[in-house]
Design a protein around this ligand. Structure first.
Ligand code: GUN
Length: 286
C-alpha cells in the first residue's frame, strides 16, 4: 500500500499562504500582481486549463485577464497582443496557453515574451538560467513535482530517477532539477529500448508520456516512488486519468500521486507563485 501524496491538499496550503502574501503586497506596493493569459482557439483541454488558472487567481487575489483569440488568429496579430502586454507596466505575468494553432510558430511566440514576465519559464533566457543554475523562472510542473517529493521528505540525493518523456515543458526541466538535487537521471522516451527494465531499476519514476495507463504494475518494483504527470482520457470510461495504471501500480509503490488531484493542482499553485515572483522583480527595479 502506497502513501498517496495529495497535490490538491498541498496546493490548498500554498494558496492560503499566497492569499495572505498578496494582501500584504497590495498594502506595501499599492497594487496586486496581475497575470494575463492568452488562449488562441477553443481546444477543450486548453479551455479547462485556463479556467483552472482563472479560479486560482480569483482565490488568491491575483488580478487575472484572459485574452481569448479566435483559432484563425495570425502570428502577427498574436505578436502584437504580446507586445502590448510586454509594454504594460501593470502586467506582471504573461502565459500563452499551448499548443497554438498550426499557422503560428510557437518558438517565435515564446521568444517574444519579456523574460521577466515569462511565468511559464519557457523563454530561452529562463531556460538557460535553469541549466546554468542562475536565478530565473522555473517551469511550473517540474517545480511542483519537486515540491511534492519534498513535502513528504522523499530522499532524492543518490537515487535513481527515471523520467519518461522529454518535453521542454516537463521531462527535460524536471530531469535537470532532479540532477541538481544529486539524483542519477535516466530520460526515457518513445525510442527507449527495454523501458520495463529501465523502470524496474528506478527508485523514482516520473511519468510524463501523455498515454493513458502507460505505466503498468509489471514495470514498477516494490517501494518505488511514482509521480504521475499525465492528463489523459481513459479510453474505456472517458474519465480523466494519468499515465500510470493507478489501481494496479499503487499496491507496489511506496508513494504515489493521483490524477486528478496530484501534480495538476501543483502546476497551478506554482504558476501563482511565479506570478508573484515576477511582480516582486518588477517592484524591485522601480
Ligand atoms: N499546455 C500544457 N501545459 C502547459 C503549460 O505548463 N503552460 C502553457 N503555457 N501551456 C501548457
Amino acid at each position: 500500500m502506497a502513501t498517496i501524496i495529495s497535490g490538491r491538499e498541498l496546493s490548498k496550503t500554498k494558496k492560503a499562504n499566497m492569499t495572505l502574501q498578496v494582501e500584504k503586497l497590495e498594502n506595501k506596493y499599492g497594487r496586486r500582481p496581475k497575470l494575463s493569459v492568452i488562449l488562441v482557439g477553443d481546444d477543450p483541454g486548453s479551455v479547462s486549463y485556463v479556467t483552472g488558472k482563472e479560479k486560482a487567481c480569483h482565490e488568491i487575489g491575483i488580478i487575472n485577464q484572459t485574452i481569448r483569440l479566435p483559432e484563425k488568429t495570425s502570428q502577427e496579430e498574436l505578436l502584437n497582443v504580446i507586445n502590448d502586454l510586454n509594454n504594460d507596466p501593470l502586467v506582471d505575468g504573461i502565459l500563452i496557453q499551448l499548443p497554438l494553432p498550426k499557422q503560428i510558430n510557437q518558438i517565435f511566440v515564446i521568444n517574444s515574451i519579456n523574460p521577466t514576465k515569462d511565468v511559464d519559464g519557457f523563454h530561452p533566457e529562463n531556460v538557460a538560467s535553469l541549466y546554468l543554475k542562475q536565478p530565473g523562472i522555473v517551469p511550473c510542473t517540474p517545480k511542483g513535482i519537486i515540491e511534492v517529493l519534498d513535502s513528504v521528505n522523499i530522499p532524492i540525493e543518490g537515487k535513481r530517477a527515471v523520467v519518461i518523456g522529454r518535453s521542454n515543458i516537463v521531462g527535460l526541466p524536471v530531469a535537470k532539477l532532479l540532477c541538481d538535487r544529486n539524483a542519477t537521471i535516466t530520460i526515457a522516451h518513445s525510442k527507449t529500448k527495454n523501458l520495463k527494465e529501465v523502470c524496474l531499476n528506478a527508485d523514482i519514476i516520473i511519468a510524463a508520456v501523455g498515454k493513458a495507463k502507460f505505466i503498468t504494475a509489471d514495470m514498477v518494483s516494490e517501494g518505488t516512488v511514482v509521480i504521475d504527470v499525465g492528463v489523459n482520457r481513459d479510453p474505456e470510461t472517458g474519465k480523466l486519468c494519468g499515465d500510470v495504471d493507478f489501481v494496479n501500480v499503487e499496491p507496489k509503490a511506496s508513494y504515489i500521486t493521483k490524477v486528478p488531484g496530484g501534480i495538476g493542482p501543483m502546476t497551478i499553485s506554482c504558476l501563482m507563485e511565479n506570478t508573484i515572483e515576477c511582480f516582486l522583480k518588477h517592484m524591485e527595479v522601480k
